[in-house]
Design a protein around this ligand. Structure first.
Ligand code: MRU
Length: 359
């Protein structure tokens, strides 16, 4: 049987005009590829977390947007760009917190608008190339995140991660897991602990699945066990992904991340947020302005269990993300560098350096 790591999390099947994803709601029990051709099906797949994780959502949306306008019969570039904008708005409404969704759609639109004098077929080709470029860059970026993250740890370390910022959240390698995969290849012998991540169990269903499939020493824990593990000295560093980093370094990630960061601080353990530049949003000044997705209470009351685990109709509060304050974050690992506090300066500087390096 093929390992989960041999599948692309997200891909374009251009011949059949389909977005191909692994249906992550079925993992780890079943590996099923979905070929999505309708915009409503792509929107639904993002909204229900069939494809999830900030970078993967961005790549899926870029491919989805290309597919939305591929059959367009627009006769002028202007009409085509209007259709493109409406399709981007629709996909962007699927989930609010991960900035990669808006980032990828904006990048696609910008690429087309730059060529607004071209013919409609030429604009379609621009969008085709751009979504493939976003796909390819995601792989390269994750590799570089791995290299930069690996400078922060040593062989034999115990590492903790929360949710799934792994291969299943990107095209390959993951963000928070990239140093783990790379270290594993280089014989670091890490011990990786995965929080199960209530309520949707991304840590249990996805992270522990993909890391153990790679042969990494993986231990699954319930979310509330992390502080005890830290107290016992089993964790030397925490690596998490994120959905949006504000200009001041506050970072939104899966609900529960804040508690892990507070515990890490209590026990003097470095807490690293691993984020591609596409997840850093300088237009959002602080975490207070990040929109936090709230999801159905049924995810807490009954999902994943044979019988409901709570009385029917009990009130719930189910935010999908929380914001970790910048003073709890030891460093933000990007594909460019390891950014240190104060983040308002270090993040801005990093973008300036990147701009300056661009041909
Ligand atoms: O609700 P999800 O599963 O999309 O949440 C995913 C996370 O919180 C990840 O940690 C984050 O998107 C980073 S993925 C590299």
């Amino acid at each position: 049987m093929r390992s989960i790591l041999e599948y692309d999390t997200v891909a374009l099947d251009d011949e059949n005009s389909a977005l191909v994803i692994i249906d992550q709601t079925l993992l780890p029990g079943e590996i099923k590829l979905l070929h999505l051709t309708e915009q409503s099906a792509i929107w639904e797949a993002i909204q229900t977390l069939r494809v999830r994780g900030a970078p993967a959502i961005g790549v899926a949306a870029a491919i989805g947007l290309y597919l939305a306008v591929k059959p367009s019969a627009a006769e002028t570039a202007e009409a085509f760009l209007d259709e493109l904008h409406a399709a981007a708005d629709y996909l962007n409404s699927a989930r609010p917190t991960a900035v990669n969704l808006a980032w990828a759609l904006k990048r696609m639109e910008t690429a087309a608008r730059r060529r607004a004098d071209d013919t409609v077929p030429a604009l379609k080709e621009v969008l085709h190339r751009e979504c493939l470029a976003i796909w390819e860059e995601d792989i390269d970026v994750c590799r570089r995140l791995g290299e930069n993250g690996l400078t922060l740890v040593k062989p034999g370390d115990g590492l903790l991660t929360h949710c799934n910022a792994g291969q299943l959240a990107t095209v390959r390698y993951g963000t928070a897991t990239a140093p783990m995969y790379l270290g594993h290849q280089r014989g670091y012998g890490f011990h990786v602990y995965c929080d199960e991540t209530r309520p949707l169990l991304q840590g249990a269903r996805l992270t522990s699945f993909e890391l153990s499939s790679a042969g990494i020493d993986t231990t699954l824990i319930c979310d509330n066990m992390a502080p005890s593990l830290m107290k016992r000295g089993a964790i030397q560093a925490v690596f998490v992904g994120c959905d949006r980093v504000a200009a001041n370094g506050d970072a939104a990630n899966k609900i529960g991340t804040l508690g892990v960061a507070i515990a890490a601080k209590r026990f003097g353990i470095p807490f690293y947020v691993v984020a591609p530049l596409s997840t850093i949003d300088l237009a959002t000044p602080t975490g207070g302005e990040i929109v936090i997705e709230e999801r159905s209470g049924d995810e807490i009351r009954e999902m994943w269990y044979e019988k409901p685990m709570a009385p029917a109709g009990v009130k719930t509060w189910n935010p999908a993300f929380d914001v970790t304050d910048n003073d709890l974050i030891t460093a933000i690992v990007t594909e460019w560098c390891v950014a240190r506090p104060p983040y308002t300066e270090s993040l801005k500087e990093m973008f300036q350096k990147k701009e300056a390096a661009q041909p």
